[in-house]
Write a protein that binds this ligand. Sequence first.
Ligand SMILES: *[C@@H]1O[C@H](CO)[C@@H](O)[C@H](O)[C@H]1NC(C)=O
Ligand SMILES: *[C@@H]1O[C@H](CO)[C@@H](O)[C@H](O)[C@H]1NC(C)=O
Ligand SMILES: *[C@@H]1O[C@H](CO)[C@@H](O)[C@H](O)[C@H]1NC(C)=O
Ligand SMILES: *[C@@H]1O[C@H](CO)[C@@H](O)[C@H](O)[C@H]1NC(C)=O
Ligand SMILES: *[C@@H]1O[C@H](CO)[C@@H](O)[C@H](O)[C@H]1NC(C)=O
Ligand SMILES: *[C@@H]1O[C@H](CO)[C@@H](O)[C@H](O)[C@H]1NC(C)=O
Ligand SMILES: *[C@@H]1O[C@H](CO)[C@@H](O)[C@H](O)[C@H]1NC(C)=O
Ligand SMILES: *[C@@H]1O[C@H](CO)[C@@H](O)[C@H](O)[C@H]1NC(C)=O
Ligand SMILES: *[C@@H]1O[C@H](CO)[C@@H](O)[C@H](O)[C@H]1NC(C)=O
Ligand SMILES: *[C@@H]1O[C@H](CO)[C@@H](O)[C@H](O)[C@H]1NC(C)=O
Length: 495
Amino acid sequence: MALLLLFLFPLSVAAVAEDAYIGVNIGTDLSNMPSPTQVVALLKSQQIRHVRLYDADRAMLLALANTGIRVTVSVPNNELLGIGQSNATAANWVARNVVAHVPATNITAIAIGSEVITSLPNAAPVLVSALQFIHSALVAANLDSQIKVSTPHSSAIILDSFPPSQAFFNHSWNSVLVPMFKFLQSTNSYLMLNVYPYYDYMQSNGVIPLDYALFRPLPPTKEAVDANTLLHYTNVFDALLDAAHYAMADLNFTNIPIVVMESGWPSKGDSSEPDATVDNANTYVSNLIRHVLNNTGTPKYPGVPVSTYIYELYNEDLRPGSVSEKNWGLFEPSGVPVYILHLTGSGPVLANDTTNQTYCVAKDGADRKLLQAALDWACGPGKVDCSPLLQGQPCYNPDTVEVHATYAFDTYYHQMGMAPGTCYFNGVAAVTTTDPSHGSCIFPGSGGKNGTFVNGTSLAPSSNVTASGATCHFSDAVTSPLVAGTLLLSVILFL
Ligand SMILES: *[C@@H]1O[C@H](CO)[C@@H](O)[C@H](O)[C@H]1NC(C)=O
Ligand SMILES: *[C@@H]1O[C@H](CO)[C@@H](O)[C@H](O)[C@H]1NC(C)=O
Ligand SMILES: *[C@@H]1O[C@H](CO)[C@@H](O)[C@H](O)[C@H]1NC(C)=O
Ligand SMILES: *[C@@H]1O[C@H](CO)[C@@H](O)[C@H](O)[C@H]1NC(C)=O
Ligand SMILES: *[C@@H]1O[C@H](CO)[C@@H](O)[C@H](O)[C@H]1NC(C)=O
Ligand SMILES: *[C@@H]1O[C@H](CO)[C@@H](O)[C@H](O)[C@H]1NC(C)=O
Ligand SMILES: *[C@@H]1O[C@H](CO)[C@@H](O)[C@H](O)[C@H]1NC(C)=O
Ligand SMILES: *[C@@H]1O[C@H](CO)[C@@H](O)[C@H](O)[C@H]1NC(C)=O
Ligand SMILES: *[C@@H]1O[C@H](CO)[C@@H](O)[C@H](O)[C@H]1NC(C)=O
Ligand SMILES: *[C@@H]1O[C@H](CO)[C@@H](O)[C@H](O)[C@H]1NC(C)=O
């Protein structure tokens, strides 16, 4: 397989001729950060084989010893100036943080700084020296063939990223980027790139369709076509990767692989971030994992693997900034998943210790009229059997639009095999791991084995359903434009 790919795509180099992997970033800005032992227990139970640390924390590296987990350690931005200005400081850093831990801890890469050009431009002039100093310390320790050195960049350094064939790097930074690419090329390393379709989508003012950012199937007429290459782009992630390839080619570098160091989607946001939802996060991350593990590649380099680290393992409640900043995690600090990924058929990673027990419920505080419209749609065109909601039936009480909508949403979601995007209902529904069954009203999906997580945290089913008085009507007429929107979504999903 690998040889065939090399033959078909001579621009790809030997360094990428293996299957792509999924890794996970471990940020630690949490008020109750689990202990290194607990973190490693979670990684093992979730089959996470590759992680990136934002530093080289000794306790964490010790906990990762003899686990087989591959580790990328980082030089934090606040240590960059010292290392970039002094070969001896770099040698000390490598001795203390790398040589002391290998081979027990399988350190496979060192990420120097984080988005230095865009977030710490004052240090950019010493960035390449830092790469070189760290690398020469690895050479001296005879570790340079197994440990790659690179530096993660924001995709914001790429200008005009659509169409990808016209993308180029901000030339103001050529004095850093050209020697950096020469370094990556001569050491067989790779470009570390952070790829956030969420931000491109948010900043596009509606130009980028949500489906395009989320890897959802697009009708052919909505696919983006690069007029120069006639390549079809079905998602933002691939378009950004190819933009990076073309931008490197613009500087005459054509054989440097890319590893995506960060990508993800927030599961919660404030009122200005309406698309930071559990369902969107689940859809994006599930589709991303499938896309990466399938070695799908990009339109320019189909089949060339692009390993990717998900941002991030835990929700980081102490991160400053908007609500979404704190909600990029796959897990709560307890080890309970924020959402259950839909990964059927994509191998064991992140698929094992999660359960299939998810439910689709009406969102807290959702607009009553939207809920009613969605309920009507589910019980009508959605073909949900809503008879248990009728008076005298087990799910009639409590007779509120929220609880009845939850029953209908959950039934629809399970009828659809819990496929990504089937718990949406114009934004008034959300996936949860809490069983909404109550009394004798048993919801679809209920009754499976209890979810048990790493250290015994279990998802006890709850019978506590919020109720607030409203009456439920059933109507066969599909008149509301909101309902039409839901229909349209389903049509797109099942194209
Ligand atoms: C460390 O990781 C590298 C790269 O994945 C792998 O080739 C090597 O076998 C690993 N070493 C150990 C001791 O697991
Ligand atoms: C930097 O230090 C390494 C050892 O860590 C040594 O091999 C190399 O020659 C030094 N380079 C310079 C420019 O002093
Ligand atoms: C390119 O980088 C320079 C220096 O950081 C910055 O001032 C400029 O705004 C950037 N150009 C674009 C188009 O982003
Ligand atoms: C790339 O190579 C072409 C042809 O050799 C040359 O004309 C051009 O100046 C080079 N560009 C850069 C940025 O080095
Ligand atoms: C997997 O890759 C094949 C081509 O290698 C492609 O046709 C298919 O669409 C890909 N599937 C996903 C889910 O990306
Ligand atoms: C994960 O689940 C798959 C399928 O159930 C199973 O074959 C595999 O052994 C499991 N891995 C671990 C480490 O439990
Ligand atoms: C989850 O559901 C899928 C399909 O619905 C099934 O193939 C898979 O075995 C289930 N996994 C577990 C752990 O029950
Ligand atoms: C699920 O867990 C709860 C409490 O943790 C327990 O009472 C219940 O019997 C369990 N249900 C099943 C099906 O194992
Ligand atoms: C499980 O996690 C909780 C909270 O993180 C912790 O207090 C407890 O000690 C852990 N239990 C075990 C057995 O690790
Ligand atoms: C339901 O939850 C509310 C608030 O969380 C609480 O006040 C109430 O006692 C709970 N009811 C039951 C039956 O658990």
